[in-house]
Design a protein around this ligand. Sequence first.
Ligand code: SF4
Length: 533
Amino acid sequence: MLREALRDGSFAVTCEFVPGRGKGGPAVDAAAQFARDLGAAGVTVHAVSITDNPGGNPAISPDVLAAEIRQVGGEPLVHFSCRDRNRNAIESRAMALARMGIQNLLVITGDYPSNGCYEGTSAGVFDLDAVQAVKYLKEMNAGIKVPGKKPGTTASLPATDFLLGVGVSPFKLTEEELMLQFFKLEKKVRAGADFIIPQLGYDMRKFLEIKRYLASRDLNVPVVGNVYVLSYGAAKVMQGGGVPGCVVTDELVAKLKAESAEPDKGKGKRLERAAQMVAMFKGMGFGGVHIGGFGLKSDDFVYIIRHGLELEPQWESFIPEVSFSRPNEFYAFPAPVTYRPTRQEKDPVATLSPGCTSVFFSVWNLLHGLLFDRKALGYRILVAWYRFLEKHKLLGSITHTFEFAVKSVFLGCRDCGDCALPDTAYRCPMYRCAKQQRNGPCGGSRDGMCEVYPTEKPCAWIAIYQRLKGAGRIEELRQAYVPPCRAELRYTSGWANFFLNRDHAAVPAETPAASGAGESAANAGPEPKANIH
Ligand code: SF4
C-alpha cells in the first residue's frame, strides 16, 4: 500500500508508534491495536511505523510488532537503525524481515545510546552509516553477490523487495550543518532511497527547502512531511536539546505554554496544528505525511487525518502559523515566492560564499599530492618500500609505529587500518565523530555541536565542510561515496594497506572472464573507492 501510494502520488499516510521497554504494556501494544482499530475508523493509513530502540534506549524489537501488525491486516514501516548492528546483523535482520514479508524500511543512523541500559550504557556499533546501509539493502534487492562455491566466483542471493525510506534533518542553524544534511541526503538518494521522511520540525520553509534542494539536483523522490503533535512538556525537552536533532524555538514553547493553560491542556490546539500541517504538506505537493506524537490515541490519529484533508483548500493561509525559525537561521534558498510545487530551482551551492583556505588542510594536501597521488614519484617509491616491508616484518612493525605516532599526534588516528583521512579532509571520523560517519554527519548536531558531546565537541563535519569549501572542493561532499571501514584491516598499517592496494581506495585488479552457470566472475581485488553517480 505504501509503495503504491508513493508511486502513484496518492498522498501516503503513515502513523508512528514508539514502543517502550518490556514485552508488553500500553506503549508496546498500541501499534497493533491501532492497526486493528483502523478497519472501523474508515480512514486510509498506508503504513504503521515502529521505531527501533528510540533515543538509543532499549525497546522491544519493531520486527516482532511489525509481524503483529501484519496479522491484523495492517502494513508496517520498520525503522532500521545502524546504531546497534554490524554488517552481519544488518544482513541477517534484512533477510529475516524479507522472509516475514516486511518490505517497508526507514533506514537511519540512529540516536547515540543515551541511558544506562544494563550495568552501564550500551556501545553504539555504527559499522555502516545510512548511505552505506541503503546501498547494501539496494544490492540485496538486486540479488546481492556473495562468494560462490568455486574459488574466484560469485553467486547471487534471492532478491529482496524492500522499499527504502531515509531521513534528513533540515532544521539546522548554520550553513555547514544544513548543506551537509542536503549533501548526505543526495548520497542516500543516489544510493537507492525510495522516499524521505524528514526530522520533525515547525518551520514550513525548511520543509519546503528539502523539495527545493531535490528539484535543484533533478532528483525525483517523494518526501513525506513529518507531523509531530507537540505537547508543552515534549517541547521543553526538545528546546533544551533533549531529543537529538529536534528543534523547538523559544517562541513556539511560549505559545504551547499558553495553550497548555486551557481547560483541555492545549490538546485541541495541538491536534488542530497537526491537521493544518497535513493540509499544508498536501498543498505543497509532498508525497504524504508521517504522523506521530507522545501518547496519541487511535482517535487522535483519525481526527488529524480526516480534519487535515478537510482543511486542504485553506492550506496556504496556515503557513505563517507554522513558521518558527531562530535568529540567524540559515536557509539554502531565497524566501519562497510560493509554497506550491515547482521543479525549477537553482543549485544553492552556486550562491555560497567561497570560504576560507585552511593552512593545515593545505599542508596535508601538499604531502598527500607528493606521496599518495598515484602519479607521483613518491607514490611509486613508497609502493616499492612497502613491498619490501612485506618480507621484513620487524621493520614493517617499526614503520607502522612511526605512522601511528605521526597520525595520532597530528590527526587523532585510531589505527583502523583503512584510512578515510583523504576522504574527510584529514578529520579522522574514527576519532572526531562519535558515530564514525564517513559520508556526512548524522542528523543529531545542534548549533554546530556534536549530538554526543553537545558542550565539548563541534560536529566533526563542520570543519570538513569548511576545509573542502575553502579549497573549492565542496562537490566532493555530495559526489564521493566512501565505503565502510574494512574491519579486517584494524590495527594494521593504513599506509601499507593503501600502497599495497588493500584498503577501500584500492584500484580494482583485472577482472577475469565470467565463469559458471548462475555464478559470475569475482572481482579479484577489493572494492574500489566508488562514486555513486
Ligand atoms: S560528530 Fe557530527 S556526525 Fe558525528 S556523531 Fe557528532 S553530530 Fe553526529
